[in-house]
Design a protein around this ligand. Structure first.
Ligand code: URA
Length: 269
């Protein structure tokens, strides 16, 4: 597939789009032996591209979705512990890195790639890419908590967190039995009436955040006095954890998933 010359050079890791445009304009790039004039020129399959006389080869990006199990570190290398990269059997594992981090005990969706530009976009604090987590916390998450999360919380950082959304709230007793149906839980006005005095041991819910601060979800729930007991990420931007993947399993992203991720945008404001 043809690609713009500036994009081709940037993807090959030779610089940012604006840097490689300067290379082109200063006559350092040859396309099939002829000096390239404009960044918009197309690089077709089989076009010979030279920068300062050196051949530039097409960079093949790889994208994997992993259902991260607990007990594994979100890093490329670690002295003592198994890393998420070690779970992936791929041609160039040394180039692969996780996009952001999940804590060692957190499970769920983790993207691994060698595409630094995409990772940078997804992690950029300016992009506010939505991440959805399933959370089990000790105690009863109340309507007041929903409002506090929606306002953003002071968790001891320089700035409050951005607004976060709590949804699909469900209550459980000590025996692990659900004590309210999801639909009743959704109608928050009737909460106390519907509970009828039953004591809530645990709340299972989803939280949507648009940042990636250190231990963010755990710190937010600690702030409202409800320690996290279990945490699992189920989506990031447009990318949703494939239900077919068991813990520790992974698969390559489809082309639609990759382009969806590239268009991942903010929702909570
Ligand atoms: N928030 C946390 O507290 N931990 C994670 O692993 C991810 C988000």
């Amino acid at each position: 597939m043809a690609m713009r010359l500036d994009k081709f050079l940037a993807h090959a890791g030779l610089g940012t789009r604006s840097e490689v445009k300067k290379f082109i304009r200063s006559g350092r790039v040859l396309l099939n032996g002829a000096e390239a004039k404009r960044p918009e020129e197309q690089v077709e399959e089989g076009t010979e591209v030279l920068l300062d006389g050196e051949a530039v080869t097409k960079q093949e990006y790889e994208y994997y979705m992993l259902n991260k199990p607990g007990g594994v570190i979100s890093a490329s290398k670690d002295e003592g512990c198994k890393t998420v990269v070690q779970l992936i059997d791929c041609p160039h594992p040394q180039d692969l890195f996780p996009v952001g981090r999940l804590d060692k005990d957190t499970e769920g969706l983790l993207l691994l790639t060698n595409d630094g530009a995409l990772a940078h976009e997804l992690l950029s604090p300016r992009k506010h890419v939505e991440k959805v987590y399933q959370v089990w916390v000790e105690g009863k998450v109340t309507e007041e908590d929903v409002e506090l999360f929606a306002e953003g919380l002071d968790i001891g950082d320089e700035k409050r967190t951005r607004p976060a959304k709590l949804q699909n709230i469900c209550y459980y007793n000590q025996e692990g039995e659900r004590i309210m149906s999801e639909s009743t839980c959704a109608a928050q006005e009737n909460l106390e009436v519907a509970l009828g005095g039953t004591s809530v041991y645990q709340t299972r819910l989803e939280v949507i955040i648009t940042e990636g601060r250190y231990h963010q979800v755990k710190r937010m729930f600690s702030k409202v006095g409800k320690p996290v007991q279990y945490l699992r990420r189920i989506s990031m931007g447009n990318l949703v954890l494939d239900k077919e993947l068991a813990l520790g399993e992974y698969r390559r992203l489809t082309e639609e998933e990759v382009s969806g991720l590239k268009n991942s945008k903010l929702a909570l404001r």
